[in-house]
Design a protein around this ligand. Structure first.
Ligand SMILES: *Cc1c(COP(=O)(O)O)cnc(C)c1O
Length: 422
């Protein structure tokens, strides 16, 4: 199946007389014929349904669809993107370990990595993703167990060189985890460039309609966990009657371990209702992503030509710092998200934003409706000035998430707001 067809059909194939649409299985529990059947499920929870914290048929259909879209062997949905980032790392790291992350990532992820994981004894070594290969190699320590980056960073819109980092991660015997939230698998499939694990905040384009939050972890099945660096995968798990994940589950060791240990213990699973909405969003993802890219490119070109605008950051624009990387990794477009710096700094930015009528002020991005956000006073408020600079944020910076309205209406709205700051 081509990706457009997968959006509609992957993950759920109804049999004779079954519902055409993925049903919402609103049940926390499942019944068994005998005590022995229950016991068998506890021996290996992957064999059948056990309890909603482990699996639910509606959620499973969505997991299989997303795994198919990314080209992975399995996926696990979580209750938020933050939960997906957290679990993707905790599945590999423990107190005393470190990992490397690009500094240019989502602000919420910076907080998680720099503060909360630190409290758990896990060190994040931030690197400049544009640094040379040797500089990045030098950041590795003997206890470094993973590398993390964002395909298209929110909100800096830096394009991450997946192949460069995959190569360096693999030289060091560790996996590369990619947050692929902004491109979605429609615009980029990181496994094709050597990434090992992909995560998403499904709250953004995948849901697309701003109706529910969620996250997902997808496993490529390609990483070799038996290389000696990951004893948790190759030694018996006492919390599961001595299961050895790589032995019992082979290529699926990572994603099954995530479910059996981390979902079991942290419990951040999505509801069946949320999974149902997410599935509806995924069904039109291929159409929506194309239109977002088309509208945003038109808007980016308009902004670039506007006298009030100091700079426009949209990697699909010629002359953008990341244009070459965008051509390689995001040949069909760089999503609906644009950031631009308005002349006059913070106050002008606020006045401009408050003058918009169609676009709304929202702590959201990748909505179906056009929305704007001032990162310095919202999502990135907790960051120090130094961290702000590292994330590429300026006081006049506006993040514009171009929606699916007619682009002429979006342009008219922007023209009106520019007139208001004259
Ligand atoms: C929003 C976002 C997250 C966090 O996801 P939530 O669903 O809000 O928890 C992580 N990464 C990126 C790139 C995001 O945009």
């Amino acid at each position: 199946m081509k990706i457009e067809t997968k959006c509609l059909h992957a993950g759920y194939t109804p049999k004779n007389t079954e519902p055409r649409v993925v049903p919402i299985v609103q049940s926390t529990t499942y019944v068994y014929d005998s005590t022995d059947d229950v016991a068998a499920v506890f021996d290996d929870p992957t064999k059948s349904l056990i309890y909603s914290r482990f699996e639910n048929p509606t959620v499973m259909a969505v997991e299989d669809k997303i795994a198919a879209l990314e080209g992975g062997i399995g996926a696990m949905c979580t209750s938020s993107g933050q939960a997906a980032s957290l679990l993707s790392l905790l599945n590999i790291l423990k107190a005393g370990d470190s990992f490397i992350s690009a500094a240019t990532i989502y602000g919420g992820t910076v907080n998680l990595f720099a503060y909360t994981l630190k409290k758990l004894g896990i060190e994040c070594i931030f690197v400049n993703a544009d640094a040379s290969e040797d500089e990045i190699r030098a950041a590795f320590k003997p206890n470094t167990k993973a590398v993390f980056g964002e395909t298209l960073a929110n909100p800096a819109l830096a394009v991450f060189d997946i192949e460069k980092f995959a190569k360096i991660a693999h030289e060091n015997g560790v996996p590369l985890i990619i947050d692929n939230t902004f491109p979605t698998p429609i615009l980029c499939r990181p496994f094709e460039y050597g990434a090992d694990i992909v995560i998403h905040s499904t709250t953004k384009y995948m849901d697309g309609h701003a109706v529910q939050g969620g996250g997902v972890i997808v496993d490529s099945g390609n990483f070799d966990w038996t290389n000696g660096k990951f004893p948790e995968f190759t030694e018996p798990d006492e919390s599961y009657h001595g299961t050895i994940y790589t032995k019992t589950y082979g290529k699926a060791a990572y994603i099954i371990k995530a479910r059996m240990q981390l979902m079991r213990d942290f419990g951040c699973y999505p509801s069946a209702q949320s999974a149902f909405y997410l599935n509806l969003g995924l069904e039109t993802l291929h159409i929506r992503m194309k239109q977002y890219c088309e509208n945003a490119l038109t808007v980016a070109k308009f902004l670039e030509a506007n006298e009030h605008v100091e700079s426009v950051n949209y990697p699909a624009l010629e002359g953008n710092k990341y244009h070459e990387l965008a051509k390689k990794y995001l040949p069909d477009g760089t999503s609906g998200v644009i950031s631009f710096v308005i002349k006059g700094g913070r106050n002008t930015a606020v006045k401009f934003m408050d003058s918009l009528k169609l676009a709304s002020n929202e702590v959201h991005v990748a909505d179906i409706r056009t929305c704007v956000l001032h990162p310095a006073s919202a999502t990135h408020r907790q960051l120090t000035d130094e961290q702000l600079v590292a994330c590429g944020i300026n006081g006049g910076l506006i993040r514009l998430s171009v929606g699916l309205e007619n682009v002429e209406d979006i342009l008219d709205d922007l023209k009106g707001a520019f007139a208001a700051i004259d």
